[in-house]
Design a protein. Sequence first.
Length: 430
Amino acid sequence: MNKVQQILLLLFVSIWGGTAAKAQQIRQGQCTVEVSVSGVIGLSNYHRVLKSKEKAIKNKCSSVLVVVNTPGGSLETTRKIVTEILNSSVPFLCLVYPSGAHAGSAGAIILQACHVSGAVKATNIGAATPISGTGQDAGKDLRKKLINDTTSWLEGITQLRKRNQEFSKDIIVDAKAVSATEAHRLGAIDFLAESKLDFLSKSAGQKVSLAKSKQIEVQVGDLLKLNEGLKEKTLDLLADPQHAYMMFMASLGLLYFELTHPGVVAPGVIGAIGLVVSMVSLHKMEIEWGAFVLILLGLAFLVAEAFVPSFGMLGVGGGVALFLGSLFLFDPATTGYRLPYATILPIAILFTGFSLFIAHLAFKSRSYKSRSNEAILLESKGFVVEIKNNEYWVEVNGERWKAKCDEDLQKGDQVLIKSINKLLLSVTKV
């Protein structure tokens, strides 16, 4: 074997060995799920965290990387996210990224809950004083209660993670915000990183405590990005409490319009669906209960389509409500399961199509009955029972009809029905 062949053989063995080692590394769980927590903290970000945990467990990954860039958001949703992180069997590595990003308010709290936290340069952290969703003054007593409650909660988290408790108090009581460099100097974050990869390399090998005081050494591997589903994209639209509030008020307005103008149908359908969705977004209704109400509402619309001439609006609205309800019905945080689209879509389409088909048959039946009654009337005779303001009223088969005639008629005259135009009979004297 000449030198060239030896070099090629060694090159092949090294490449094959590296690939095999890398594949073996992933099989052993050496991968890291990457998820983004950005924009206003709401239900969409909560479900991203849940899906990242689910994916990490499913793929046997050793850690979850959370890229944080948020001005804050719902305190209630933040508590749910923190609870998931504190009780996770997989370590969460949270990084304020990229340069220019910030972990404000709820983002700063989430950062303190993570097993390993860090930030790249030219980012900032803090300003976590609780405020109302609309920015209005919460009142002195309520504000004091919120601040004290949040302060004690965050102090417990920072004590668990062995970080600066004074900083955790200042960002809530005094709305303190500092640069990433200062946060690292104060011990509010674990690492000041140059890049995402630099943070991951510094996090590797760190000893952290998981749920039930289980001590492990952080391992990182190939990044597996979390793909956002329709559920998270839908919730993103309502992440801002002000948007949810506007939807709530708009839904009430549409329902009021439907009540004052019965029979329009479309405002009532849109308003009913929007009311349930906005109440879920405002945390006035649990997401599973909201899903259940949407499914019942959708079924009610589909049944009503067969009895109310809505030109398909009730059927389409019922299908949309049924789809949304099925989409949000199962929460993987509590059930560990979610309905696949391959199940939801066919059922929603099937129910909607069946409802519209039944409505079509009912409409044809009503039309046929109307034509049958018209045929019977054209063969009937009646009597003039009243003459009022030069208008004739005749009685035919026990029913009173308004009629017109080219001849002068007297009360009691017998007439023959010649034609019908809506509710007006054209008659001739017998």
